[in-house]
Structure formats: structure tokens, C-alpha cells
Design a protein around this ligand. Structure first.
Ligand SMILES: [Mg+2]
Length: 228
């Protein structure tokens, strides 16, 4: 096997808990719309509960319905709430083991990120987490449009090319077997799943060719995957 030269991470639920972003977004929505709708901490708590339920994709709709807000206003309000959520400056922090891994690997490997998601939202997360100073190259696939989100290979190919390292010397560390490993596997990268007990996507099934080559449960153990 080739020597690993580039260690590339996914962002959401790999380096920081995605639930924390969602909760930060709900709090911001309640702060912004609370006065107008009579919402407060009860609605914020309800959003958190809904996020952990099967209604996670329709949190604002559900709370609007439950709180008796005029149905005619829902569509406009939901659009405004979604925009607020996506554009807010999140109050989030790195997982402790991610913080330690970045400190340990810095200077020994080229460090990268390949992340999907709305461009402005992902940029705000990178900013909030202070990652620009700790990662050599952050690749946000939405810069090329949604067609290039994973499992499209463009982000991975771009990163290897910018780093001028062969694909076989790259490793991708990510949480979501449904979409994260297909492209890097095909390109010849090494792939590792970080399976966190509170991860939103940890239980999803990998498509054919999309299984990670190794699984770890903390980034404290990632170093062993880089050897050989
Ligand atoms: Mg992820």
C-alpha cells in the first residue's frame, strides 16, 4: 500500500456534531421569530424533540401547525425560517477527539476537508470552528453546484490534484456510509468510517462499492489507519 500523505475529513458529524448546528439554528429561529409568533423556550425545546423524530425534515411546519399560527402564512414563514436557519452564524464546537486529531496530524500530513451542503452554511461552520487555520485545503462541493455533491468524485479529484498527491496516498475519514465512500473508493483512496454513537447517519447502509475499508469509533484511533 502507498504511504498516506493527505488526510481528508468530512465535516458534519465527523469533526463536529451536526445536531449542535441544528439546535443552534432552531434557537436562532426562535430568537428571530419569537416576538412575532409568541414563541419561546418551549418551542425551541419542541424543535429539538422533533429533530430526533421522524419529522426531522419538517420541524418548522410541525411547530407552526401545533402552535396555531394562521395556516395561510405558513409557506412564507417556513421559507423565511429555512433561510434564517441556513444563514445563521452557528454556535458549534469541534468534537474533542477531532480537535486532538487535527493537532496531532498537523504538519505531518496535508490536511483537507471535502464537504457537501449549502455553500454559505458550510462556510459559516468552517468559520465558527476556526478550521481555516488548521486545514490546508477546504473543498466545499456546492461551489460547483448540487450535481457535484457526494457521491460525485469532483471534490476528491480536485483535492488530490491541488495537493499534487496520488489518489492512493489519500485517505477520507467520514461518517455517512450512504454517500461518503463511493467516490473515494472508486478513485483508489483509503476510506475510514467514524461511527459515533450520536451520529445522525451512522446506521445508514452503504451502496454497492460504497463500504468503508475500516471503521473506528473515535478519531483518537485514526493514526493506525494511516500506516502501511
Ligand atoms: Mg457527515
Amino acid at each position: 500500500m502507498s504511504t498516506i500523505q493527505a488526510v481528508v475529513f468530512d465535516l458534519d458529524d465527523t469533526l463536529y456534531p451536526e445536531r449542535a448546528f441544528a439546535f443552534s439554528g432552531f434557537d436562532t429561529v426562535v430568537e428571530r421569530f419569537g416576538q412575532r409568533l409568541g414563541w419561546g423556550s418551549a418551542e425551541a425545546a419542541r424543535m429539538r424533540t422533533l429533530f430526533d423524530s421522524e419529522q426531522s425534515a419538517t420541524v418548522f411546519n410541525a411547530v407552526l401547525e401545533e402552535s396555531g399560527v394562521e395556516p395561510e402564512t405558513h409557506a412564507t414563514l417556513i421559507a423565511e425560517m429555512v433561510a434564517t436557519y441556513r444563514q445563521h452564524a452557528p454556535r458549534i464546537a469541534l468534537h474533542a477527539d477531532a480537535d486532538r486529531a487535527l493537532a496531532r496530524l498537523h504538519g505531518r500530513y496535508r490536511l483537507g476537508i471535502v464537504s457537501d451542503g449549502f455553500l454559505g452554511t458550510q462556510q459559516a461552520k468552517i468559520e465558527a470552528l476556526g478550521l481555516a487555520a488548521r486545514i490546508d485545503l477546504v473543498v466545499l462541493t456546492d461551489q460547483w453546484g448540487r450535481d457535484h455533491w457526494k457521491p460525485d468524485p469532483k471534490g476528491f479529484a480536485h483535492l488530490a490534484s491541488e495537493f499534487r498527491v496520488p489518489h492512493a496516498s489519500c485517505i477520507y475519514v467520514a461518517d455517512n456510509p450512504a454517500k461518503d465512500f463511493l467516490a473515494p473508493n472508486r478513485l483508489g483512496w483509503r476510506t475510514v468510517q467514524i461511527r459515533r454513537s450520536d451520529g445522525i447517519y451512522a446506521g445508514l447502509v452503504a451502496p454497492s462499492g460504497g463500504k468503508p475499508q475500516a471503521v473506528i469509533d473515535t478519531l483518537d484511533n485514526v493514526d493506525a489507519c494511516l500506516l502501511g
